[in-house]
Design a protein around this ligand. Structure first.
Ligand SMILES: Nc1ncnc2c1ncn2[C@@H]1O[C@H](COP(=O)(O)OP(=O)(O)O)[C@@H](O)[C@H]1O
Ligand SMILES: O=c1ccn([C@@H]2O[C@H](COP(=O)(O)OP(=O)(O)O)[C@@H](O)[C@H]2O)c(=O)[nH]1
Length: 239
């Protein structure tokens, strides 16, 4: 049993699932990610997931192409449902019960979201994937991840992304950017450090939800973080 975190919420960007492709899902990445999740579940940590949809559709991009923003965001939310179904399958194939709970009603594909039910499923050892973001347009899956982490009373929100933490400026644009090992929400919000959207950050700050940003391609990183071992990543702590 991991001593540090009993229940975690892991946010994966949709783009991370693309792996070597330019669109869609790389089955190797899917299986590797499922293995890391299953490892946590089997060592006694309760794991909930939020997966983005950027590997399929992003509302803002579709809207730029002329689709009404609300419809475009609904398409984005449906993309997160597709990713959730793929991950559910990959986790189940490794012998672990996994449930999709959707913020939009899609009865045949997953059940309607309920925080109380989600907590029960997690307590019973199921992995729970929260699909369709918050269910509302103009939001992101980062915000959905913060909200769900708070609602299910997670001990930690983890954002797995392409970079290995939060820097003082975007490391993809500035090669001299410096990474924080740790910082407070006030500083992250005041400096508008772009790794997570502000709505998500503010929700975490107001509800004292600690956040860890790490590189999802670093094998074993999730395990180390949950066990309190050092990885290159950034911990954002509530003040
Ligand atoms: N201060 C910062 N620290 C770290 N990453 C940042 C920062 N500002 C912007 N970013 C960018 O945020 C991205 C991570 O966010 P993510 O939500 O995974 O990607 P996307 O917004 O493409 O879905 C990184 O690829 C990085 O380029
Ligand atoms: O609460 C939400 C969450 C997501 N989305 C839509 O779903 C898309 C995919 O989510 P996101 O961009 O957060 O995915 P990621 O960048 O993590 O892959 C977004 O662009 C939005 O169009 C939304 O409308 N409401």
């Amino acid at each position: 049993m991991n001593q540090n975190y009993k229940r975690i919420l892991l946010k994966l960007s949709g783009e991370a699932l693309m792996g070597q492709y330019e669109f869609g899902i790389d089955s190797d990445v899917l299986a590797q990610t499922a293995t890391e999740v299953v490892k946590q579940q089997q060592s006694g940590t309760q794991v909930a997931l939020v997966i983005g949809g950027g590997n399929i559709f992003r509302g803002a991009g579709l809207a730029q192409g002329g689709i009404d923003r609300v419809s475009a965001d609904q398409m984005g939310m449906l993309a997160t449902v597709m990713n959730a179904l793929a991950m559910q399958d990959a986790i189940k194939k490794q012998g672990v019960n996994c449930r999709v709970m959707s913020a939009l009603k899609i009865d045949q594909l997953g059940e309607e979201y309920s925080a109380l039910k989600a907590r029960e499923f997690l307590s019973e050892g199921e992995v729970v994937i929260f699909a369709a973001g918050t269910g509302n347009p103009y939001f992101t899956t980062d915000t959905a991840a913060s909200l769900r982490a708070i609602e299910i009373e997670a001990d930690l929100l983890l954002k797995a992304t392409k970079v290995d933490g939060i820097y003082d400026s975007d490391p993809m644009k500035n090669p001299d950017a410096k990474r924080y090992d740790q910082l407070g929400f006030d500083e992250a919000i005041a400096k508008e450090l772009g790794v997570m959207d502000l709505t998500a950050m503010v929700l975490c700050r107001e509800n004292k939800m600690p956040l860890c940003v790490f590189n999802m391609f670093e094998t074993g990183a999730l395990d180390k973080i949950v066990n309190g071992d050092k990885v290159s990543g950034t911990l954002v702590i509530p003040e």
